[in-house]
Design a protein around this ligand. Sequence first.
Ligand code: SF4
Ligand SMILES: [Zn+2]
Length: 329
Amino acid sequence: MIITRESIESRRGPKTKLDPMRPVAVIQECEPTARPTANHPNPAIAEVTSVFLTGAECAFRCTMCDLWKHTLDVSTPQGAIPGQIDVALRSQNNDRSTGTKSPQWIKLYNSSNFFDPRCVPHEDWDAVATRVSRFDQVIVENHPRLVNSTVGQFASTLHGQLEVAMGLETVYQPAIKLLNKQMTPNDFERAAHRLQSMNVSVRSFILLQPPGMPAAIALDEVEKSLRFAGQCGSRHASIIATRGGNGIMEELAAKGRFRAPSAFALERCLDVALCHNPNMVVTVDLWGFESLSGICDGCIEPRRERLTAMNLSQSILPPCELNCGCSDA
Ligand code: SF4
Ligand SMILES: [Zn+2]
């Protein structure tokens, strides 16, 4: 099968209908700010407000991406992003405890590229910066090929530290070809160095078992990608279990070119990742954990809780000992 923009689009289902003045979702999370070390055995835990913004669809068409489902077919209207942040922060203020000393971070994730002016109009930057001025760190997502000097301009409008999250995805060549990401690891490296030269920190997304990668080498390849992300100066790497759901992934699965990773594979990834990469925070993304294979109603929660605790503590905890019969067969 030849992967093209057209072959990906033609297999998609419908988008969700969205109001451009409302965010898709707002959630509260906690994140470690650093890896524990002998000198700093208990790094601070940041309280993170994650805002999933409604905006224009990404210009790229990555094979594994299902973020388009929650995007608009038109450019993001001017004023919509600041308005959505207002809605998000109002809802959050109702739930927040006061007087916290924890670092306050905010993720402004727009299912696309923050520095594409179709997705976030530059005219809105000052209004965005004003709204997030009380946060110590602002995290946005962006394709490595869309990193340019405007990122530094936006960073200079912020009170807090800017972090840009970029999909490295994998350094495994056969999978890179299938992902249609229109990017190489060298592009990622260049973008990461450019960000750091502008005093912007880097977060990496790494895929566990993308299409074109045999399950038997998936763990090793995550390790290689983590090492590369670390060499590029990533402060944090988040491992994502590759999922289906956009049509083309199901077709690749039927042709034997994609198999979704199991919950066991994700658990092993974090166990191994935390043994290495001492200078980088490494977490696993637990969104959709319950849909992975090798898990049952009985063990979902203890296993999710263990990974949540490992994400936070950056240390390996004993495995779930429930005798529920789940296995990685
Ligand atoms: S660049 Fe990111 S948002 Fe755009 S299609 Fe690829 S994975 Fe999806
Ligand atoms: Zn089970």
